[in-house]
Write a protein that binds this ligand. Structure first.
Ligand SMILES: Cc1ncc(COP(=O)(O)O)c(C=O)c1O
Length: 382
């Protein structure tokens, strides 16, 4: 099924040929509502697909692949939607761009707005927003509105502001271009996997746009006639904000809102603004929803960093935590298992893994170093 807001005249001709030129996400311009390459100056899309040998061995998942969205210009998958929305805003001559965010979307929007020269007004919840991310938004020159309420209140206020002032709305659950931008991650995975889709895909879920867009992207490849079938898509929520897990298990398309208690701010959404599409999309793939607790997310951050050299924030590592828990039960064997790593750990250092490598005081001489090394080795072996 295509995204209801946009359909295309699907055929293999919409898919870029292997030798066709085109930068990052704009390579897929025939499957996008607009080609922003000449308007949006930052590089976007084209993130690496990593086959991590040590992580594969540690988890006994020989077919594991990581789509590393941490390598995007602001360090998260939000940049794909930002690029499309801000190209649109720039073309329309928007006086200002507005977004509500748990953090990453606002940082992304601040960077993108700076690049195209539109003032950004960002609405965040004082309850959950990371102070480091607020500092980043301001560093890019954006105005940050700190709302005393949960994320959902910040979202509603930002919608009211757009309605009253006519400012451009880049909200993930409202602007249909967000799904169009984010679906390109599926296209890239297909191309990077030798023009096939994985068997299983694990995707973190907050508002639900990322997962709904991933499903749309896979479905469009099938409709173009270049993929045989979509992967089973597994939505991963934090136990402390898992309204869709219960709704999916009950076979429903609505959910009971919950207060968020997870530390994974990017997915700390108790009443998702794109939940219905997120539930329906996963159901069309015959997928599942799973919940992982904060300890499992912390462990996934550490494992990812220490076996693959990739640093994720909590929401960015949640899908890996979900894959670990789910694969332990449903042994996927040789199946190709994709995990979306959606956000970098460099933006909020509160959640860096503890207990990794050591930091040891040492004097400036070689003798002092050798003595310290001996002591460290001794304490290692005791
Ligand atoms: C790093 C990261 N991963 C995943 C998500 C969840 O994406 P969505 O809200 O589209 O479900 C977010 C949302 O902010 C995020 O920042």
């Amino acid at each position: 099924m295509a995204d209801a807001a946009y359909t295309y005249d699907y055929s293999p001709a919409l898919v870029p040929a292997a030798d066709e030129r085109g930068e990052g996400m704009w390579r897929w311009r025939r499957l996008l509502p607009l080609d922003g390459a000449d308007v949006f100056p930052l590089p976007v899309g084209g993130t690496p697909l990593v086959a991590p040998p040590r992580l594969r061995a540690a988890l006994d998942l020989p077919g594991l692949l990581l789509k590393d969205e941490t390598r995007s210009f602001s360090g998260s998958n939000k940049d794909r939607a930002t690029a499309l929305c801000l190209a649109d805003a720039a073309r329309r001559g928007a006086p200002a761009v507005v977004a509500a965010s748990s953090g990453n979307l606002a940082v992304s929007c601040a960077a993108g707005a700076a690049a195209v020269g539109i003032p950004a007004h960002l609405f965040v919840s004082t309850h959950t927003v990371s102070p480091h991310k607020v500092a980043l938004m301001r560093a890019y020159g954006a105005t940050v509105w700190r709302v005393d309420g949960p994320y959902e209140d910040a979202y509603r206020l930002s919608e009211a502001v757009c309605a009253r002032l006519g400012w451009y709305n880049r909200n993930t659950g409202t602007n249909p271009l967000a799904v169009q931008g984010k679906k390109t991650v599926a296209f890239e995975v297909w191309e990077q996997m030798g023009r096939t889709l994985p068997d299983l895909a694990y995707v973190p879920v907050g508002d639900g746009t990322t997962i709904a867009a991933f499903v749309v992207g896979c479905e469009e490849l099938v409709r173009c006639g270049v993929a045989a079938r979509v992967p089973r898509v597994i939505g991963v929520q934090a136990t402390g904000a898992a309204p869709l897990v219960a709704a999916y298990a009950a076979g429903r398309v609505d959910w009971t809102p919950v207060p968020s208690t997870t530390f994974a701010d990017g997915i700390g959404v108790g009443d998702p603004f794109f939940g219905r599409a997120a539930l329906e999309g996963v159901r069309r793939t015959d997928g599942e929803y799973v919940a992982v607790d904060d300890d499992a997310i912390r462990a996934a951050i550490a494992l990812l960093a220490q076996t693959s050299g990739l640093l994720a924030e909590p929401a960015g590592a949640a899908a890996l935590a979900g894959a670990i828990a789910h694969c332990a039960q449903h042994r996927p064997g040789e199946e190709r298992v994709l995990v979306l790593v959606t956000g970098t750990g460099l933006k909020d250092q509160r959640w860096l893994p503890q207990g990794g490598g050591a930091a040891i005081e040492v004097g400036p001489s070689l003798d002092a170093f050798l003595a310290a090394l001996e002591r460290a080795d001794g304490s290692d072996s005791t």
